[in-house]
Ligand binder design. Sequence first.
Ligand code: ATP
Ligand code: MG
Length: 341
Amino acid sequence: MSSKESAANEKIVLTGDRPTGRLHLGHYVGSIKNRLALQEKYGHCFYMVADVQALTDNAERPEKVRKNVLEVALDNLAVGLDPKRTTFFIQSQIPEIAELTIFFLNLVTLARLRRNPTVKNEMKQKGFGENVPAGFLAYPVSQAADILFCGSNLIPVGEDQLPVIEQVNEIAAKFNSIYGSTFRKVEPLLSETPRLVGIDGGAKAGKSLGNAIYLADPAKEIEAKVMMMYTDPGHVHVKDPGKVKGNVVFAYLDAFDPDKEAVKELKRQYERGGLGDIVIKKRLIEVLDHLLSPIRERREKLAENPNRVMEILHEGSRTVRIAAKETMAKVRKAVRIDYFG
Ligand code: ATP
Ligand code: MG
């Protein structure tokens, strides 16, 4: 393979979170596990705190967004993202992303944005109707800029983000067809559990939905949340046969219990009758405690020195900005606005 070809095939990984709250188990199975695997595989990745995107539906709550920048960075460091191999940065500190968004906005129609299933669904959830902030409606456009400005092409995401990645590719293709080949095609990377249900049985655990178990939850709180989990309302007595489908405890055991055979056997017993909810809930509490205890401990240690975490974000933002300036020089040339060189 020539060096040009290998550069074209090179995988650059970008992931990120909106600083709207601490991270939960949905993030862990939907995206973080892949973040850790890709960091091992490719040795170099980008991690972005999407504060500009968080402000699209939190414009009146800047303090909430600011506070959560540290929280999501702490969560990612605690699970094992390593700043030596993954560059941490904050979206708002790269003004070139905003500049690129402006040019991309000309390449999408309002109708197409309104049709994006992710946007449609989140608009409904947030009850925006016709009063949707223009910035929120257009967030897939700014997400295209987030992904493309640093040349990334492999994006670990949860299932809810697939339509956004599709739109990113449309925007890149349109830019390339008008202004010449500039951006590469982007691939989403789904995990084995692309969508973790909420503890209430809701379609997705979400930090804005209040139905999640957080990575930093104390052991007592995890226990209480598991005990509240939706199971099968028809399973009244231990001896009754119970349903596995739609049962949140089994959905979580599928996602987190490393002993798949044992889970299969529990499912068989549950369906036959004779297995109580308490038994499966107790097992899940143990499994989650095993996963989350070390993360919680590391997080508590890291949280003792918030300045160090902010310094990691600051340093990463400075590094990323160099690449951003290079991309924008190319884009300005392509769009024919490089008047002064
Ligand atoms: P918000 O409600 O503020 O949008 P969120 O919980 O959806 O918060 P994001 O920061 O939007 O979290 O998402 C970060 C990443 O985690 C995305 O790739 C998203 O697809 C993934 N993700 C979020 N929730 C889940 C879930 N329940 N299952 C699988 N992946 C998820
Ligand atoms: Mg989201």
